[in-house]
Design a protein around this ligand. Structure first.
Ligand code: SF4
Ligand code: SF4
Length: 168
């Protein structure tokens, strides 16, 4: 009898009370995000995937000097040089193993040509290990940054303070 009364009490009092709490939360702003439709902006200094820059005339900035590879603590960068038809040096092969990379940004800091930088993108998960070897073609930006008289200063500021460049 005691159990029956308890069950009755639960269904008459506690169940509506529980539903009220649920209804109350229906009108609150959700704390979760509707990912991937909505994405949270990353912190300005966040370091995501790598990009290789071009000069304004479209040529590649990277001269395959190897300083980024030398400064990489994870030994994640591999490159092979070649000579262009104009006798300039560039990378024939430039690869980054993203499974080794710790996204420290040392490669970006070390580059004398400001050829490599880490952007804000983080969506490159995969179930195939080979797809984490990123090639030069995957990292090269299609167009150079928009010309800007303060470009050099902006690039420096970004490098030192991690300010994001809206031109990308
Ligand atoms: S971000 Fe760091 S670990 Fe990754 S490739 Fe550059 S230097 Fe190496
Ligand atoms: S990305 Fe920069 S540091 Fe690395 S090889 Fe190219 S020019 Fe040299």
């Amino acid at each position: 009898m005691k159990d029956v009364l308890k069950a009755l009490g639960n269904s008459i009092l506690k169940t509506p009370l529980g539903l009220l709490i649920t209804i109350k939360h229906l009108f609150k702003k959700p704390v979760t995000l509707d990912y991937p439709r909505k994405k949270k902006p990353m912190a300005p200094r966040y370091r995501g995937r790598h990009y290789l820059e071009r000069y304004n005339d479209g040529t590649e900035r990277c001269v395959c000097c190897g300083l980024c590879a030398a400064s990489c603590p994870a030994d994640a960068i591999y490159m092979e040089p070649e000579e262009t038809e104009h006798g300039e040096r560039r990378a024939k092969v430039y690869e980054i193993n993203l499974l080794r990379c710790i996204f420290c940004g040392f490669c970006e800091e070390a580059c004398p040509e400001e050829a490599i930088f880490l952007g804000q993108e983080y969506e490159f998960s995969d179930d195939n290990r080979d797809s984490f070897i990123w090639t030069k073609e995957q990292m090269l930006v299609p167009h150079p940054r928009k010309d800007n008289p303060f470009k050099k200063i902006i690039r420096r500021v970004r490098k030192v303070y991690g300010v994001t460049d809206k031109n990308r």
